[in-house]
Design a protein around this ligand. Sequence first.
Ligand SMILES: NC(=O)c1ccc[n+]([C@@H]2O[C@H](COP(=O)([O-])OP(=O)(O)OC[C@H]3O[C@@H](n4cnc5c(N)ncnc54)[C@H](O)[C@@H]3O)[C@@H](O)[C@H]2O)c1
Ligand SMILES: [Zn+2]
Ligand SMILES: [Zn+2]
Length: 379
Amino acid sequence: MKAVVYKGPRDVVVKTVPDAKIEKATDVLVKITTTNICGSDLHMYEGRTNMEPGRIFGHENLGTVIEIGSAVDRVKLGDRVCMPFNISCGFCENCERGLTGFCLIANPGNAGAAYGFAGMGPYSGGQAELLRVPYADFNCLVLPPDAEEKENDYVMLSDIFPTGYHATELAGVQAGDSVVIYGAGPVGLMAAYSSIIKGASKVMVVDMHKDRLALAEKIGAIAVDDSDGSGVDQVMALTAGQGADRGCECVGYQCCDHKGHEVPNLTMNNLVKMVRPTGGIGVVGVFVPEDPHAKDKLAKQGQIAFDFGQFWIKGQHIGTGQANVKAYNRKLCKLIAEGKAKPSFIISHELPLDRAAEGYENFVARKEGWTKVILKPGH
Ligand SMILES: NC(=O)c1ccc[n+]([C@@H]2O[C@H](COP(=O)([O-])OP(=O)(O)OC[C@H]3O[C@@H](n4cnc5c(N)ncnc54)[C@H](O)[C@@H]3O)[C@@H](O)[C@H]2O)c1
Ligand SMILES: [Zn+2]
Ligand SMILES: [Zn+2]
């Protein structure tokens, strides 16, 4: 099969590799029809993780079931399925509580597994023609009859739509709240979209890229252009000096100041400033336990200089971590099926798998107009 293989920093190649196959009776084999490039792939692509060369990327996957392991009960041949990026067993202590992003079985010795991901188990990604799906009865979301027609919407259920929603849950967003979202990448836009779906009264999205901010405005959010570094002041003015009720971090450890220099504590400390006393902050942007290639001394060890005193005195709370996609994907799927949500609005480029390298180059450069790239194997 053809697959997107990581060769080293800023170097991916589409090449022929051995076919993915069923390895356990609980697996299914999926022929991938859509697979996305994600901001999380970029940390690996840029060589800022310990991703091993030779591995296949791709954790946002949708396709058709073409083979079924002997112990699979529910999922049938020909089903159109979307997989959470988390691989989870369904029966461990964390999975039982719905915390499928922290499965204790799928990646022994760690909490959490994923396809094509550094540090999240040996699983191959789905930026390929075929994908092995473990614990398939648990992990496959079988899509409704309009799966093909709305494929570009449903594929967002694999990660960014639930992840954006998760950010709002961690922050505690409820109807009527004002929300500030850091980052207008795909995840930030989905957090804004989720806040609007939940009935937030005011949604402010901070970024420096005008094309991405324009998308935020298109869905009814207020764009806060931080290209002159005035983002905090703008949000304070928009909230009558009080700060927003809730804040979502959707950038992660590679966040930059308005001059483009990495300042790893910038978004977190600004959120402490921008969120009102007793407000909540949800952090889905990725922070890593070590970052040997960081310029910042603390960041090398996975640390940031966090304004804990300010955070404490304001009585804020914070929630972090990988999204438990399965906790939300079925409900969000219903919103798409009923025409109440259309997350495909963020897609800027639809490329055949063969052109994946071009997708990575442009997306990592945050080149104007490259908001979200989806790949179509078999085209
Ligand atoms: N927790 C999870 O389960 C989960 C799932 C998916 C993605 N993620 C993470 O979410 C983050 C965002 O992903 P994405 O796909 O949207 O990526 P992205 O890199 O395309 O988007 C990040 C955006 O943040 C902006 N940005 C950078 N520094 C900024 C600053 N100081 N102020 C304002 N904006 C700033 C960039 O301009 C960019 O538009 C990544 O860290 C990704 O790894 C987490
Ligand atoms: Zn992703
Ligand atoms: Zn589990």
